[in-house]
Design a protein around this ligand. Sequence first.
Ligand code: ADP
Ligand code: NI
Length: 220
Amino acid sequence: MTDAELVEKTIDFIKETLENAEGGHDWYHTQRVFKNTLLIAKDEEVDVLVVSLGALLHDVADAKFHKGDERIGPRKARKFLKTLGLPKKPISHVVNIVKHCSFKNSLSKHKKKRFNSRELQVVQDADRLDAMGAIGIARAFNYGGFRNRPLYDPEIPPKPNMSKKEYKQAKGPTINHFYEKLLLLRDRMQTKTGKRLAEERHQFMLNYLEQFYKEWNGRI
Ligand code: ADP
Ligand code: NI
């Protein structure tokens, strides 16, 4: 198969897999991450097939929707990639991207042992961009609604330095998620294009929060 055919097959597979996914983690999220991945990769020396497949498969089975089980996603990705007849090396690389893409993994303590590659960083930046800006805000409130969380509760302060375990168990209001993740992303971008695109989205979220508090406090 050509690279284009491999990508097409992966798109078909992931569209089907994510058919009933939550609105913020559906095929369109994956499509946006895929597009941003290609944009970021233009300025990076990376294996384009590996980042493409990594982006397409990164949320194949997000642990949040599988009782916190982080093994299902990588396992599903490997099983699918084997059906494409790819060699072992790119399969392992893509599986490692699926395994390590998530923000919460960057909160775990075992920094040294953790897998890393430029390809992983490209997909991570693309995924994180989609957690920011107008779309990031929409996704956060959609997820909050999905979990029946309050929009905001002035009595519950955000916890910005949570461990991975605490982060996974967090049940706070959606506004807190801005301080626990969304506003931290700009400074964690790892590529030139990612850093550039994050700037406007970050500012948009700050403006949004300012307006939110104004309206909350009846100062309009
Ligand atoms: P990752 O899956 O990369 O570890 P998250 O678990 O934060 O990252 O989930 C990805 C997206 O899901 C977030 O960017 C956000 O839109 C939404 N989300 C996750 N947790 C929350 C939360 N506690 N409140 C609101 N939105 C959330
Ligand atoms: Ni994602």
